[in-house]
Design a protein around this ligand. Structure first.
Ligand code: SIN
Length: 433
């Protein structure tokens, strides 16, 4: 491990808050000379990127541009930022190639990439790894980042605030808490990146990790950094209905793309399953209300046993654990909070309205998703705009020097805890077993 330091440096060129695909890909694209600290609130695998099931979109070929663009815009109710959507689509193919070169394994058919489909896509254009594409991509990015000599990864570290000058005109770093010791310490940095994920932890029913509580959004609000569309919350139509509390398990939309039916208590279909997510969610709520029930059902049998077993092993096995043999019977599903389209306003380079503060991934609102995200655009946009933010950090003009942080607010001594890079590796191995 090149970066197994015994102490954290008091100053970094870049602090990245969040270790999902956006945070990791940003760190990966910083040059060796850029001393970088990546922190995350929970364990290294507690990011929603890990949970993404369906896949990641890609432009099939030039002739697909118009329809991919229109699908994204239509799903987003045409509130999307057109330039951002075009930028994402234009960079999609090279992004998939780059992921493959990092070792990401996507399903293939006759030696070429296989494509699946989800709601509101006019054709199959989603590449996937079984039903755990997010885990495949994130774990490869993490492995690559952990090899970098200039990057220190530190889990179980919460960002409590950002450091700014007295007038909140420039970001100077972050105030962090070691969740294991309770130590709070400011860390100064040339650039700070908010990649803290979404807001699902604030909802009773969500597919998100409970610890994702909009931390990036909160610090932005506190310091007058522009936020957009805080009310643009996406509810995924199909999560497995269970009585218990806690995170809801996703029943991937790609199952509906492969032919699964949504049915009511009488076994009748009541909606076109491939309409945009928000439309299907509303139809399900209406049907639940009409029937006076807590869920509707999804019948996976039309997908076919072979595809279910090969493409969706984790979903089949999880449903079985909950008592539903989806090869033989429907399973109960209910909508749940899934994604946040609003966030910290950012541009095509992840820049926020505060100099030296970037926002990427679900934390930011760069306008790519409009009012309702098209399925499987999230991993793609996170990876693309994080890379662009890294490039901007390198090529942009850094603030001159690093002025003092606010001593009256942060009086704790700069007592930095030991880097637990070794624990990160241990944790990864445990999960891989
Ligand atoms: C899913 O697999 O249904 C989720 C994919 C996404 O949120 O884009």
């Amino acid at each position: 491990m090149g970066n197994a330091q015994s102490e954290l440096n008091p100053e970094y060129d870049v602090i990245v808050v969040g270790a999902g695909v956006a945070g990791l890909n940003l760190a990966l694209h910083l040059p060796d000379c850029c001393r970088t600290l990546v922190v995350c609130k929970g364990g290294i695998k507690e990011s929603d990127s890990y949970l993404a099931q369906g896949g990641i979109c890609v432009l099939r070929d030039k002739s697909d541009f118009k329809s991919y663009y229109e699908d994204t815009m239509r799903a987003g109710h045409f509130e999307n930022d057109s330039a951002t959507v075009k930028c994402m689509i234009e960079h999609s193919r090279e992004t998939i190639d780059e992921l493959i070169s990092l070792g990401v394994r996507f399903a293939t058919e006759n030696g070429a990439l296989a494509y699946t489909r989800e709601g509101a896509h006019s054709r199959p254009r989603i590449v996937f790894h079984e039903d755990c594409t997010g885990k495949e991509i994130t774990s490869r990015l993490l492995k690559a980042v952990l090899r970098l000599p200039n990057v220190t990864v530190r889990p179980h570290t919460t960002m409590l605030d950002i450091l700014c000058d007295r007038e909140d005109t420039v970001c100077l770093g972050a105030v962090l808490r070691d969740n294991r010791t309770g130590n709070v310490f400011p860390v100064r940095a040339g650039n700070t990146v908010l990649a803290t994920g979404g807001v699902g932890g604030l909802f009773r029913h969500s597919t998100n990790f409970r610890l994702l509580t909009g931390d990036g959004l909160a610090v932005a609000l506190r310091h007058g950094v522009l936020i957009d569309h805080a009310d643009y919350i996406q509810f995924h139509p199909t999560t497995l209905y269970t009585e218990g509390r806690g995170r809801r398990f996703l029943i991937s939309e790609s199952l509906r793309g492969e032919g699964a039916h949504l049915i009511n208590a009488k076994g009748r279909r009541f909606v076109d399953e491939l309409l945009p997510r928000d439309v299907v969610t509303q139809a399900i709520y209406r049907e639940m209300e009409r029937e006076g029930s807590n869920f509707v059902r999804i019948d996976l049998r039309p997908v076919g046993e072979e595809t279910l077993i090969d493409h969706f092993p984790s979903i089949v096995s999880r449903c079985k654990k909950e008592g539903y043999d989806v090869l033989k019977e429907p399973a109960p599903v209910v909508p749940a909070q899934h994604y946040f389209m609003g966030g910290v306003r950012s541009d095509l380079y992840g820049r926020t309205t505060m100099p030296n503060l970037y926002a990427v991934g679900e934390t930011c609102c760069n306008g790519v998703h409009g009012r309702n995200r098209l399925a499987s655009n999230s991993l793609l946009e996170s990876v693309i705009f994080a890379k662009r933010a890294a490039e901007d950090i390198v090529n942009g003009t850094p603030a001159a020097g690093i002025p003092d942080y606010r001593p009256e607010r942060y009086e704790n001594p700069v007592r930095l805890a030991r880097s637990d890079q070794k624990n990160v590796l241990k944790e990864m191995k445990q999960h891989e077993r």
